[in-house]
Design a binder for this molecule. Structure first.
Ligand code: MN
Length: 356
């Protein structure tokens, strides 16, 4: 198994690559969507939570990531002795009508195909995605974690409707007419996912790229009145069974899976790692379940992370694990301190299990 670190777009700097290497990482996961452009955020150096208006404006709908841009990011990372394992999340601007089944759906399918081909050309093996209309929304931020460390959690369900022009918790059309997105059924959401996978998986395979699906964060049956896809561990099997392709994999988030109301986290890890379908792993810990849970320090939640790691090892998982999110530590560099703490714990856990 390999230790990685996820970096938000504005953190893709030489200094942060060196920071990751210094903390023992060998791999990076890069977010290319800027979540911090327009939303109300306390800080850019923490995971985004946003407001009822989401995280702000999505990217340029007419500007896909270029092969040159992707290659330059990979080369910058390799220059510091690391490998770029994955890109995490499509830009809502590039694929929202796939999620909405909107008028530009065909063009957005072409966007995704182009991005996957370019990733193949640039030598980036995994694309993490989250097939969701409401996206990551409805979470709160407070001093939830040990010692009063600022962390993220949930204080009950959140079903305020999604306004027109917003998809995946970002604004894709600031001039959209007043009103809200129509609510769709869970079956309709699954139909949209199945159609999406059927169309793009052949291209992913040809490009040598894996699509890795994140479960819902937070894993509620609905968020903002819209259905969710993977909000119980068993739903992941349905996603895998939609397509036997080796490019149909999981962005396996231990935190989100542990927040789910059903299932046993160790059985869940065993079930999916045994099928060799983990693209990469979000290795984070929590206390509680939706709609009342808290993100914790890696050693301080409900999940025995060493036991999770031992199951992954037993089932032959050799991919990348990243800390995902951590509580912010009170100091001059709250995000970096939190990540360094998690990575130090993970390095020790690797050694304990006899991993390199
Ligand atoms: Mn995650």
């Amino acid at each position: 198994m390999k230790l990685g670190l996820g970096l938000y777009r504005h953190m893709l700097t030489r200094e942060n690559f060196q920071f990751a290497r210094q903390a023992g990482a060998t791999h990076l996961v890069a977010h290319l969507v800027d979540y911090f452009k327009g939303g109300a955020h306390a800080t850019r150096d923490d995971q985004p939570t946003g407001t009822d208006l989401g995280w702000g404006l999505a990217g340029d709908p007419n500007q896909l990531w270029t092969t040159a841009e992707l290659t330059a990011i990979r080369q910058g990372i390799e220059a510091e002795g690391l490998k770029l394992e994955a890109i995490e999340n499509f830009d809502p601007a590039h694929w929202h009508d796939i999620l909405l089944d909107g008028p530009r759906r065909a063009a957005h399918i072409e966007n995704v195909k182009t991005i996957l081909r370019r990733m193949g050309e640039a030598g980036i093996p995994v694309m993490g995605y989250n097939f969701s209309l409401a996206g990551v929304a409805g979470r709160t931020k407070a001093p939830y974690a040990r010692g009063g460390a600022t962390s993220v959690g949930m204080e009950g369900s959140y079903d305020l409707p999604v306004p027109n022009g917003m998809v995946w918790n970002m604004v894709v059309d600031p001039n959209a007419p007043a009103g809200n997105l129509p609510t769709i059924s869970s079956d309709e959401l699954w139909r949209r996912l199945a159609r999406f996978l059927e169309e793009v998986l052949p291209v992913a395979e040809a490009a040598g790229v894996v699509l890795a699906a994140h479960p819902d964060d937070p894993p509620m049956p609905t968020v903002r009145g819209q259905p969710r896809l993977v909000y119980q561990p068993s739903h992941y099997q349905r996603l895998i069974d939609l397509a036997p392709s080796r490019s149909n994999q999981l962005e396996f988030c231990i935190g989100s899976l542990a927040e789910m109301t059903e299932g046993d986290i160790y059985e869940t890890v065993d079930t999916y790692s045994r099928q060799q379908r983990l693209g990469y792993v979000h290795f984070r810990n929590v206390t509680g379940k939706v709609p009342h849970y808290r993100e914790t320090f890696i050693d301080d939640g409900d999940v025995d992370m060493l036991r999770v790691l031992a199951i992954l090892k037993r089932n032959g998982f050799t991919g990348v694990l990243i800390p995902d999110h951590t509580p912010q530590m009170n100091c001059g560099a709250p995000w970096h301190a939190g990540m360094a703490y998690a990575m130090g714990y993970m390095r020790a856990a690797f050694k304990t299990l006899g991993l390199p």
